[in-house]
Write a protein that binds this ligand. Structure first.
Ligand code: HEC
Length: 265
């Protein structure tokens, strides 16, 4: 068994194995695409980011910068009626106890509602914030670069508080039971195939160990990240190492199957 090599198999079997390796590559490509499409919007913002994965496995909650600023009394120059008008707009009207619902579903419609006249949020902000936050004033007020407040797009990006709940544990178990078994088996097969190639033993051993460790870390962190946010990084690092090593393994196996028999074998 220790002398067995993939290259010693008959041509028909080797070509069959090349086809299967290509199928695995297609599968890995589809997984990566699925990952992007499935998680892209998880953090309620466009584009794939760390928060998408963090949202799915741990949850993400952030307070809108605009709310934080207004509630901490920023800017000091803003009079109370204007501050209250902005908070009412952002978080919904306060009840008799002064408590606001937390979200106003009509936040974009009411931003420059003409019926509100001088008290429309757009009017208040162009009067009270532009001095420091308008792009045109960025030369004397550096904060205008980090938090420019000129357009509705600027304002919207600092108006949204997020509370993304992690995936339901039942769904996580469904996903893990399918993926851990299938990827585990796939990697068992790939490990043996790589071992039966001509490539240097040290490199092959290292590659098998790295890919397997990556996969274990990925799954362990998927389970544990619920409790501990930093472990989200383990999902990403483990998953990336695993997928990268798997692609390299498949390519190395295909090369070995197709290249002429090594000398001396
Ligand atoms: C006198 C200049 C000035 C004015 C006027 C001003 N800001 Fe700021 N703003 C700053 C500075 C400087 C910071 C950086 C943090 C700090 O030093 O408070 C900041 C930070 C912020 C932040 C970042 C989050 C935070 O809490 O630090 C937001 C959001 C913000 N301002 C919104 C507003 C809004 C809305 C208005 C108008 C209602 C406004 N600012 C008016 C100077 C100003």
């Amino acid at each position: 068994m220790s002398d067995f090599t993939l290259r010693s198999l008959p041509a028909s079997v080797r070509l069959g194995l090349v086809c299967l390796c290509l199928v695995v590559l297609v599968g890995l490509g589809a997984s990566a695409t699925h990952l992007l499409w499935h998680y892209e919007k998880r953090d309620e913002r466009a584009g794939f980011s760390y928060d998408d994965i963090a949202g799915a496995y741990h949850g993400v909650s952030t307070v809108a910068p605009l709310r934080r600023a207004l509630e901490r009394g920023h800017p000091e120059t803003l009079a109370k009626p204007q501050r209250d008008a902005l908070l009412d707009w952002l978080l919904g009207k306060a009840d008799s106890a002064g408590k606001r619902p937390g979200v106003n579903p009509r936040v974009s419609d009411e931003y420059d509602n003409p019926d509100l006249g001088d008290m429309a949020p757009a009017e208040i902000m162009s009067r009270s914030c532009a001095e420091c936050h308008a792009r045109a004033n960025a030369a004397k007020s550096p904060i205008a670069r980090t938090y420019p407040l000129d357009t509705w797009d600027d304002i919207r990006s600092i108006s949204i508080s997020r509370d993304v709940k992690p995936t339901d544990p039942k769904k996580l178990v469904i996903s893990i039971h399918a993926h851990a078994l299938s990827l585990g088996c796939l990697s068992l097969v790939l490990s043996f195939m790589l071992w039966w190639t001509r490539w240097p033993r040290g490199v092959v051993g290292g590659a098998i160990f790295l890919a397997s460790l990556g996969l274990l870390v990925d799954f362990a962190c998927q389970i544990l990240a619920r409790q501990s946010a930093p472990l989200v990084a383990g999902i990403i690092v483990g998953g990336t190492v695993y997928s990268g090593m798997s692609v390299l393994t498949v390519l190395a196996v295909i090369a070995d199957l197709l290249l002429p028999r090594p000398r001396g074998a």
